[in-house]
Design a protein around this ligand. Structure first.
Ligand code: HXC
Length: 516
């Protein structure tokens, strides 16, 4: 029998690596509506741009029959490629190999990739499908997680890190995504949990399905762990490309400008009438945002979680910006525990990657209630203040309607290092609304009045004139300028032009104590 030439040997090994866990398991993966690791990478990257490293590396465990379960690559594909011509590092776990379980060698491969990505200053993307720490490896896999988590943390705020969960992510496999900037989950096929339904049944007696426990909907709507839900794998991978279009490759560079586009003139003009005449009537903040930012440029982040706040990326004159807004159409746009977390995290993300933050305010304040107080609204609400003050990127705020009490202060108020504080003529800036204020200030007078309702209306009108309007705040210079709503886009674009070279620093320190 003739021996293989070195070239033949290489080709044979490469073919084995390409097949992962084998044809049968690949067919099973497809039957479940899932792509393989390599197919995912191909769909994510620009055509033919992927260069793999570590395709022949594998584990060296002999116990538990592992000598027969040695696969080149060891269940993870790692390498470099491009997205819209920009360099990225990517890894994809291969579920056909031992359930994508996380081994010492997986840790070595992914950690090396992340080290190289951080040093090169390029985004890092993980396509995750894994049964967690490889049970046969004991401490090796656990220590490997420690190595990877360390690198996730050190790269945090240096290079964008995006996790796409495309199947099960169990045990330790949830914490690397949780340490990254974004988690995208695929509806129905992805699940994230620390311990699965069987363990939960044993420990707490609760009966729960994978979907109810850690499905894409749960983590996008309830837990706030995930940031996006995609209908299928293709959509999830396209989302990664779209997210990266707003971000610089690393924190030392500026976000990339796209072709500027303006909304149609009639849409911009319509802004003057977008706030309802009735002051408690709801409206959808998206209707405001879409009349201001470049058409089709708004990408909402966490759209299904804490819907009383809206955060996301957009472009103004082609330049990427971060948008934070209250949503009057949901719980009147109130600030609560979850929306505080959502806003604070997003502001810090923008600050890390040099995206200006534009804040649109229509908020009646913090949500009152025992549940909120006992849940720590003081601690969570403080995050919003902390994030805004700490951020050194350009910050612009616009009060559309209510900026009542804590909402005025917390939502990028001028005194919290906001560069430009604007208000629409409909703005109401005060400690509390007219009705509440009059009830407290004139309790005695109203109790003795012949017609308390009429008197209350008079007091309210007086309160509106003396306090509850933007002109008082503008006269005191707590608002820089009151503008017509239809001028907003133009003002923002010009202000950002001025602020592009803004330099601001924080006092030297190891780190502050973000109220987590
Ligand atoms: C080794 C594993 C594995 C693991 C799955 N496999 N998880 N092998 N270590 N952690 C193997 C299975 O034995 C099986 O091999 C193959 O992968 C496919 O798995 P299935 O169970 O057939 O697939 P499926 O029915 O789709 O279920 C997927 C799953 C389930 C939900 C992920 O496999 C599962 O519950 N796995 C264990 C999850 C877990 O508890 N992991 C440890 C976490 S502890 P064969 O050869 O039979 O096809 C941890 C430590 C850190 O991670 C904790 C930090 C908080």
């Amino acid at each position: 029998m003739s021996r293989k030439t070195p070239l033949e040997e290489l080709r044979t090994r490469r073919e084995r690596a390409r097949l992962g866990g084998g044809e049968k398991r690949i067919a099973k993966q497809h039957a479940q509506g899932k792509l393989t690791a390599r197919e995912r990478i191909e769909k994510l990257l620009d055509p033919h741009s992927f260069d793999e490293i570590g395709s022949l590396a594998t584990h060296h465990i002999h116990e538990f029959g592992m000598d027969d379960k040695r696969f080149p690559g060891d269940g993870v594909v790692t390498g470099f490629g491009t997205i819209e011509g920009q360099r990225v590092a990517v890894y994809a776990q291969d579920f056909t190999v031992l359930g994508g379980s996380f081994s010492e060698m997986q840790a070595n491969k992914i950690s090396r990739l992340l080290d190289l990505a951080r040093e090169a200053g390029i985004p890092f993307i993980g396509l995750i499908e894994s049964g967690g720490a490889r049970i046969q490896e004991g401490v090796r896999g656990l220590a490997g997680y420690g190595r990877l988590f360390t690198r996730n943390v050190l790269a945090s705020g240096v290079i964008p890190q995006i996790a796409v969960v495309m199947g099960p992510a169990a045990g330790g496999s949830v914490y690397s995504p949780a340490l990254m900037d974004f988690i995208i989950m695929v509806d129905k096929t992805s699940h994230m949990f620390l311990t699965g339904p069987d363990v939960i049944k044993t420990v707490t007696g609760e009966d729960v399905t994978f979907e109810e426990l850690g499905g894409a909907r749960v983590h996008n709507e309830k837990s706030g762990v995930a940031h996006f839900i995609a209908a299928n794998e293709e959509e999830a991978l396209q989302l990664v490309r779209r997210i990266l279009s707003y971000l610089p490759p690393n924190n030392a560079e500026m976000p990339p400008r796209a072709q500027p586009k303006s909304p149609p003139a009639e849409l911009v003009e319509g802004l003057n009438h977008v706030i309802p005449e009735e002051e408690d009537q709801a409206y959808d903040i998206h209707d405001v945002l879409n009349r201001i930012v470049d058409p089709d440029s708004f990408l909402e982040v966490q759209p299904h979680f804490a819907r009383n706040a809206v955060v996301g990326f957009a472009r103004l004159d082609g330049w990427p910006v971060g948008i934070v807004a209250n949503q009057p159409a949901f719980l009147a746009g109130v600030l609560d525990i979850d929306s505080s977390d959502k806003i604070a995290r997003f502001v810090r993300l923008c600050d890390a990657y040099n995206l200006p933050v534009i804040t649109f305010i229509d908020c009646p304040g913090f949500l009152p209630g025992v549940g909120q107080e006992h849940g720590g609204i003081i601690r969570h609400g403080a995050k919003v203040v902390y994030a805004y003050v700490e951020a050194t990127v350009p910050k612009i705020s616009i009060v559309l309607r209510k900026a009542i009490g804590g909402a005025y202060i917390a939502m990028s108020s001028k005194e919290m290092r906001t560069d430009l504080a604007l208000a629409w003529p409909t703005a109401q800036i005060a400690t509390m609304g007219a009705e509440g204020a009059v009830r407290i200030l004139y309790r005695r007078e109203l109790a003795q009045a012949e017609d308390p309702q009429k008197l209350a209306q008079e007091f309210e009108a007086d309160y509106r004139e003396k306090i509850l309007n933007p002109f008082v705040a503008a006269e005191l210079f707590y608002i820089d300028e009151v503008i017509e709503p239809k001028e907003t886009r133009r003002r923002l674009i010009r202000a950002l032009h001025v602020l592009r070279s803004k330099v601001q620093t924080n006092p030297p320190k190891k780190h502050g104590l973000m109220p987590v």
